[in-house]
Design a protein around this ligand. Sequence first.
Ligand code: NDP
Length: 323
Amino acid sequence: MVAAVRVHELGGPEVLTYEQVEVGEPGPGEIRLKQRASGVNYIDTYFRTGLYPAPRPFILGNEGAGDVTAVGPGVTHVKVGDRVAYVNPLGGYSEERLLPADRAVNLPDAISHTQAAGMMLKGMTAQYLLRRTFKVEKGSTILIHAAAGGVGLIVCQWANLLGATVIGTAGSPEKAELARQHGAHHTILYREEDFAARVKEITRGALCDVVYDGVGKDVFSASLDCLRPLGMYVNFGNASGPVPPFPLLLLTQKGSLFATRPTLNTHIVKRDDLLAISSDLFEVVSSGAVKIPVHHTYKLRDAAQAHRDLEGRKTTGSLVLEP
Ligand code: NDP
């Protein structure tokens, strides 16, 4: 038996139950992993509340890193003792777990388990947002909401590296300062300021090529006003709630905008894509060009506190659980 955090009933952080679970031996195509660190992500709160459904009871958690302790029949590319990391499927908040081997990615020596647990989901998301969803280039102007968050701080650094002008919104002056330290050229305190007006001012009316929005409901409408004609609105999360339904004609009125609602899962269905995206991430992190700010480490049993802090907007960068 090993310790894990399970959800039996949907609800607030209090439904996270720290208990003992059976792991079992890996079946065909599976590996068993002793987890050294597991990532905490905003998506975990969507599963906890039921916004994203999962059959109950389930072990929460979509990201982790550890050592392979057993491999099932037919597994060839991973062996016992390998250091690996993954995103999905659910089951990250546990000391040990089974994992489909084709989801495991070998970790370079330069990347620690804790770093990996703080970046697989958030960093690969930054990769597909910046390199695949809208290809950011030298001279692009981007707006990233919640710029001091887990995904936000990685996007700020990586977009800056690509040569973009980076505008970030943040919930406090301290968070704004952090975003600037991580590559944002301009920051906006969106709880106090009219961020669309500020974007207009900062860009001298040129507006942004792309808006990356993980906040959703509260910022959707004004985000469209931050885009130049034919610009792209990318909603990739719901920290303030999902974007409400809107008439498609709104995109015409705002300047023939493009809008998309992607998820990392679609981008990494094929193992080749998983390897390409993760290796791109490993490269920028190993070179030191992008740092993974793991600002909060909790014991696995304190997962509920991690959720309270994340939803209470008290955190910056990545949150990691350790056994
Ligand atoms: P963050 O660390 O960014 O935490 C969320 C942040 O959102 C808060 O710190 C806060 O920053 C901001 N926020 C704005 N309004 C609210 C609100 N009402 N309640 C709580 N927070 C609010 O989380 P993650 O880095 O884990 O994830 C960022 C977003 O990216 C999430 O929406 C997540 O679901 C999404 N995501 C999507 C993926 C995809 O493939 N589609 C993959 C990975 C993440 P501030 O105080 O500065 O406003």
